[in-house]
Write a protein that binds this ligand. Structure first.
Ligand SMILES: Cc1cc2nc3c(=O)[nH]c(=O)nc-3n(C[C@H](O)[C@H](O)[C@H](O)COP(=O)(O)O)c2cc1C
Length: 196
């Protein structure tokens, strides 16, 4: 299979610009690029977006009433062959900036579950997450949010890469984390070959 037109979007959801999440994402995407795919990174910190205000306009239209930096991103994600999100755990959940981004996909939820417009195809979705603690359940809340952020778009969450016990700086990360991110890119590419 040729990957000439395969396009993967990486979404970075850390609250800080120079983040562990970004470094891990860059590593995974590089592996995917080396296999011939096109990649694009979206950092939620670069977006000026409103939080969903629950107006439910999207229940009638399937589109969000807000016209801000998120407006072009719905189509970008819709046209992607796969998505990977990378973010740290904040208070056992998704960081605030990323949660605002996710909540705005209520419009896509409405398309699927109110207007009964099924996604055109099923695609794979990856998740890379990092946490300061060693807690067994530290990723549980975050995984649920990302799983359903993907579900509304017809994206299947594949096995995530979860890294515990790291509060340090990205350029001091152990080599093993970088190795794991590289391998995650390889595994994600395998998912692309089977399309889900
Ligand atoms: C606001 C905030 C809340 C956090 N909450 C948690 C938490 O609930 N559990 C945990 O293990 N780590 C928590 N952390 C630590 C980060 O997940 C950790 O430092 C991570 O490596 C940061 O990744 P980043 O560089 O990609 O932002 C928190 C950090 C911040 C800034």
């Amino acid at each position: 299979m040729s990957n000439r037109n395969t396009h993967i979007i990486g979404i970075i959801g850390s609250g800080r610009a120079k983040s562990n999440s970004r470094r891990l994402m860059e590593t995974a995407l590089k592996t995917i690029e080396e296999r011939g795919c096109e990649t694009t990174m979206i950092d939620v910190l670069d977006l000026r977006i409103y939080g969903c205000n629950g107006c439910n306009c999207c229940f009638a239209t399937g589109t969000c009433a807000f016209h801000d930096d998120l407006a072009p991103i719905y189509d970008i994600l819709d046209n992607a062959d796969g998505i990977i999100s990378a973010m740290p755990v904040y208070f056992y959940g998704v960081p605030g900036q990323m949660k605002i981004f996710i909540d705005r996909f209520q419009a896509i939820w409405a398309r699927r579950y109110v207007l009964h417009q099924e996604p055109a195809r099923i695609r794979p979705g990856g998740l890379i997450s990092i946490a300061g603690s060693k807690g067994q359940k530290v990723f549980d809340g975050l995984i649920m949010s990302v799983k359903y952020f993907y579900n509304v778009q017809g994206i299947n969450l594949v096995e995530p890469l979860l890294i515990r016990n790291w509060d340090g700086e990205p350029d001091e990360m152990p080599d093993d984390f970088i190795k794991q991110a590289k391998e995650y890119g390889e595994k994600f590419w395998d998912h692309l070959q089977i399309g889900g």
